[in-house]
Design a protein around this ligand. Structure first.
Ligand SMILES: [Zn+2]
Length: 68
């Protein structure tokens, strides 16, 4: 997993979030929806705001379609 600074993260193509209901060790998560499939996702309050949020299954599909 690549670690980026907040400035870089704001320019990221998207932010990967876990789907609601998956284990996540924080109590102050925010909730939203996946920009690609509409699934409910949770994310950290300091997650970048500009890039679209996508769920981890969508990210895995994208990785399969875009081999690094
Ligand atoms: Zn999704």
């Amino acid at each position: 997993m690549k670690v980026v600074t907040p400035e870089e993260a704001e320019k990221a193509s998207f932010v990967v979030c876990v789907r609601k209901g998956e284990p996540y060790p924080f109590a102050d998560n925010l909730e939203g929806t996946c920009a690609w499939c509409g699934a409910e996702v949770i994310f950290r309050p300091h997650a970048p705001k500009k890039p679209p949020r996508i769920c981890s299954p969508c990210f895995l599909h994208w990785l399969e379609a875009n081999p690094q």
